[in-house]
Every structure is written in C-alpha cells, then in structure tokens.
Design a protein around this ligand. Structure first.
Ligand SMILES: Nc1ncnc2c1ncn2[C@@H]1O[C@H](COP(=O)(O)OP(=O)(O)O)[C@@H](O)[C@H]1O
Ligand SMILES: [Mg+2]
Length: 451
C-alpha cells in the first residue's frame, strides 16, 4: 500500500475513534459502558500510532538501502562503461540517442557507395561520425562484415568503432565511429572542387607509412588475417595531426591463418582492383597490397591513376599513371611524376626528396606487380619504408589494365559500341596467356579500370 493511502486511513481511523468517544460521552454519560468503550478506543488509537511509527522507520531504512544500491549501481555502470571503452567493446545505441547526437542526421560529412556519414556529438561530449547503411540484404551484409572486422581490432591507424544501432531487420543500420576531423585523403591530394588543401610531401610520406602499418597489422598481427578489400583514398581518413586512419570495412573479409586465398564475388572499387579478381579463383592479402600500391602512386602524383582527356572530334585519350611512372623511372626522370603543386617543397628539399620519391615509387611498382606472388607483403613494405631493409628495383611487369585500356580505345574507335556488361559468366573467363575475346577484354577493362 502506498504511504499516502496508509497515512490517510490511519488519520481517518483516529478521527473516527475520537468521534466515538465524544458520542459515547454525550449519550452514555460517565457510565461503566462509556469507560469500557473509551478504554478500547484509546488502545486502538495507540495501536494506530505505533503502526504508523513502525512503518515510517521501515520506510526510512528501505530508502537508505535503495540509495546505497543506486549509488553502487551507478558506480558499477561507470566502471563498466569505462572498461568497455578501454577494451574497445562497442556500445549498443538507441536510435533516439543517435537522432539527438546528430541533430536528426543534419550534418552530412561524407557519402560512399553504401552509406551516408553524419557528424554528431554524444551526451558525454565525444564527437562521432554516424554511418547510416542503407539497403536490406547488401546493407545487412556490409554491416555485419564491418562489425566483425573492426570490433575485434585496435590500432592507432585504424578507425575506432564506438558503437552500433540496428532498429529492425528491414530498416537502416548505424555504426558509430570516432570523428576524424580532416576527412578523407582524396580531398587532400586531388585537385577538385571541395578539396581541403594540398598535403605536403612530408605528410604524404607519413600517410604512406601509416596506411602500410594499418594493413600490415590487419594481415599479419590479428587472430584471423583481415582483408580490407577496398583500399583507396576515400577510405583513408586524416586526423587532426594528419596521421592516416584506415576506415570503411564494409567489404572486408576474414581469412583463416591456414588459408592462402579466399574465393569471393568481385568487390572493391574499380581502378584499385588487382587483376586476380577477374580469374575468380581466389584473392588474398596480396590484393590489398596491389590497391595500396595504386594509392601510393596517386599520393606521389596528386592525380588519379586513370584519367581521360577529351582530344576533340568526340575522341578521348586515357593516361595511365603506373605506366608513366615506370617509364620515367627507367629514363631516370622520376621527379617528373611528382605532384606539380609540391614543386617548391621538392626544390627546397633537393636530393633528400628525390631519394624519398624513388623509394616510394619503387615500393609502389613492386606492390602492383601483376603476379600476386611477386608483390611484397605489407610487413615487408613497412620494413622498406622505415629503411630496415633495402628497397629493390621493381621488376618489369605487364600492365593488364594499360593493355586493356589501349585495346579498348581501339575497339571504341572501330566499333563505336557501348561498354561490355558488368558481369561475365565463368565460362568466359580470360585465359592467363593474355588472349582475350573482344567482349572479355572490354569486360575486364570495365571491371578493373572503372572506365
Ligand atoms: N569517422 C569518420 N570521420 C569523418 N569522416 C568520415 C568518417 N567515416 C567516414 N567519413 C566520411 O564519409 C565517407 C564515406 O564513409 P565510408 O565509411 O567510406 O562509407 P561507404 O561504405 O559508403 O564507402 C568517407 O569517404 C569520409 O569522407
Ligand atoms: Mg568508403
């Protein structure tokens, strides 16, 4: 029974008993019956007072215990949430919390192939990036891959997952990351609208090392080998000190330590895909090494690896940076490939920068060797970059994409036909001796180069 109710019953009872005494006094005068009724009434009034006192005492003790339990619980919760934070265990957020944190998803900071990312501030003041993943089946797959890969890893050059939120199986899913203030690398190395500035040469060298360390950790130092499978400038973020943080694990795949490759459907971004994706007989951590090499070349050149320029008469000409870099290296004119916006820094740095450029170029060209076996591991790349092992001159390699682009240009010229379909049946796989049918060649070109 509630306290208020009990007290009002007690008061009503006392008033009733007093009324009975007064009534008895008036009707029975000072008779024996009056004294008997008064005696019984007074006993009852005393009993009511005793019950009220006991109840108050009991309530006070209960309140005291509740307060103690509450403060113990709060302390435990704080301790638990602290332990979760240091252990890197992601928190489950409610949709309402995320709506409040992001001001109803008001500030868009980026958009990728599967998700929109919004800036937010949590109730404890932490700045976060909330990634909203759309799409039922694909969205669910990407959400699970991302949580599986990133929730179990911790590295200074990998983005930190703080939590997640999944409202229903049909609705969007959310991943909550620490907010990385300087956004993605593409806005710092490519000249275009919305670019954030031009990253200095020194910082480019550091970004190259940071990303190599992150990939080396994923490939070699985790319980399972984690393949990122979407290494590209858009998925590399820069923190307040321009340290690189590898992000976006939506396409990642776990590979057992005893496996040498995994078979999976083509995923990743065209232009960074290793040629073995086309063979459909498995990819490995060396596919990430290839994409890393491609990013490294873009970092040096400050331009995309494949660019297409209009040359009039509705004709276009492509330019393939890896081919240009490898020719310039052979001619001893490697400084020609460096981002022109860094000219001042390069001339001020003199020979030192030239040595660094050559080192990065050699590492990049080793990483994009056509045959996966000839590419170094990411651990070896780190060793080369920090100077623990010498950087070797890269072997000459065929460049499937360059050949495909060249032949595709001929095809377009002669046939003037649209691109090949985006899926090739297994029976039409290219053969490894480089004899392609026109359609297979065109398909391979569109898959690998993104043209
Ligand atoms: N933690 C973050 N901090 C700041 N910006 C971010 C963060 N995560 C992602 N972004 C921005 O959002 C873009 C898309 O995020 P991403 O995770 O790559 O999504 P998708 O899986 O759709 O490619 C990134 O290119 C980047 O510009
Ligand atoms: Mg992305």
């Amino acid at each position: 029974m509630e306290d208020k109710k009990a007290y009002s019953i007690a008061i009503s009872l006392v008033i009733l008993l007093i009324t009975i005494i007064i009534f008895a006094r008036l009707t029975l005068k000072l008779s024996k019956t009056f004294f008997l009724i008064t005696g019984a009434d007074v006993t009852l009034v005393l009993a009511v007072f005793a019950a009220v006192l006991m109840r108050r005492k009991f309530n006070n003790r209960r309140q005291l215990l509740e307060n103690q339990l509450d403060s113990d619980g709060r302390e435990l919760r704080i301790e638990y949430s602290f332990l979760r934070k240091v252990a890197g265990v992601p928190t489950r957020f409610r949709l309402k919390e995320l709506e409040e944190a992001t001001d109803n998803f008001g500030t868009l900071v980026g958009r990728g192939s599967s998700a929109s990312v919004f800036k937010g501030v949590l109730s404890d003041g932490a700045s976060v990036a909330v990634k909203r993943i759309q799409g039922e089946e694909r969205g669910d797959k990407e959400f699970k891959s991302e949580v599986a890969a990133i929730a179990s890893v911790q590295h200074v050059n990998l983005v930190r997952l703080l939590g997640y939120c999944s409202v229903s199986t049909m609705g969007p899913r959310f991943l909550v990351y620490e907010y990385i203030v300087n956004g993605s690398l593409n806005n710092w190395i490519f000249q275009k609208r919305g670019s954030r500035g031009c990253l200095s040469w020194d910082l480019r060298c550091r970004v190259a090392l940071d990303v190599a360390k992150a990939l080396s950790y994923l490939h070699h130092d985790c319980r399972s080998c984690i393949l990122h499978l979407d290494v590209k400038p858009e998925n590399i973020l820069l923190d307040e000190n321009h340290h690189a943080i590898l992000a976006d694990f939506g396409l990642s795949k776990l590979m057992g330590k005893d496996e040498s490759r995994v078979v999976t459907t083509i995923r990743g971004t065209r232009g960074y895909l290793a040629p073995e994706w086309l063979l459909e007989n498995g990819i490995s951590e060396k596919s990430d090494v290839y994409s890393y090499g491609m990013v490294l070349l873009e970092l040096i050149g400050g331009r995309r690896n494949i660019t297409v320029a209009e040359i009039g008469n509705s004709k276009s000409k492509f330019s393939y940076l890896p081919k240009i870099v490898s020719e310039k290296l052979a001619q001893g004119k490697i400084m020609d490939v460096v981002d022109k916006r860094l000219a001042h820094e390069v001339s001020a740095g003199g020979g030192v920068v030239e040595i660094q450029v050559k080192k990065l170029v050699c590492v990049a060209l080793s990483c994009i060797q056509e045959r996966p076996k000839l590419r170094p591991t990411m651990a070896r790349v780190v060793e080369m970059l920090v100077g623990r092992v010498p950087v070797e001159e890269p072997l000459q390699t065929t460049m499937l994409i360059f050949d495909l682009l060249a032949s595709d240009e001929d095809l377009d010229h002669h046939l003037g036909q649209p691109r090949a379909p985006a899926a090739m049946p297994r029976s039409r796989q290219m053969d490894t001796t480089n004899h392609y049918s026109n359609s297979a060649r065109s398909f391979a070109m569109s898959v690998l180069s993104g043209r």
